[in-house]
Design a protein around this ligand. Structure first.
Ligand code: CMP
Length: 130
């Protein structure tokens, strides 16, 4: 999971981590970092052809992000359930994005959508890329 710059700026790191811990996740590793453009582009490489890509990279490099490795039975699926829809307006009640997300882009958190994405994304975020 990433806690994105909008949530970090609004002092929501603790609130978001306490939701995931309450849902039975164990925090395995955690790192705070202002991502470089290179790292953000690599992290979101799957979206590189999309029209929102450059604004996404700009936003993700605008402040501190917290990368969190979480562990739980059925973790990928359950985390996406509690994170909610990409668009905070469409996200179900009591989900993290419904509670804290501001817009489609400033949606507070990112959750890997598969084990394969998790392996790729955690490698990118936790490795030192300058
Ligand atoms: P996330 O789950 O981090 O994965 C990619 C991000 O791109 C997504 O959350 C949104 O914040 C952003 N995104 C996806 N689609 C759009 C869109 N149509 N317009 C703006 N931002 C988008």
């Amino acid at each position: 999971m990433l806690i994105k710059p909008d949530a970090v700026k609004r002092h929501l790191i603790g609130s978001i981590l306490s939701i995931v811990e309450r849902e039975g996740f164990r925090i395995v590793n955690l790192k705070m970092e202002k991502m470089s453009k290179k790292k953000a582009k690599l992290f979101y490489a799957v979206h590189k052809e999309k029209d929102f890509f450059s604004l996404l990279v700009e936003y993700m490099t605008s402040g501190i992000t917290v990368g969190v490795i979480l562990e739980r039975e059925n973790g990928v699926h359950h985390l996406r359930e509690i994170v909610g829809d990409t668009d905070p307006v469409k996200a179900k009640k009591n989900t993290i994005r419904r509670k804290y997300g501001e817009t489609y882009r400033r949606n507070s958190v990112h959750a890997s959508d598969s084990k394969k994405s998790y392996i790729y994304e955690s490698k990118v975020f936790f490795k030192e890329h300058k």
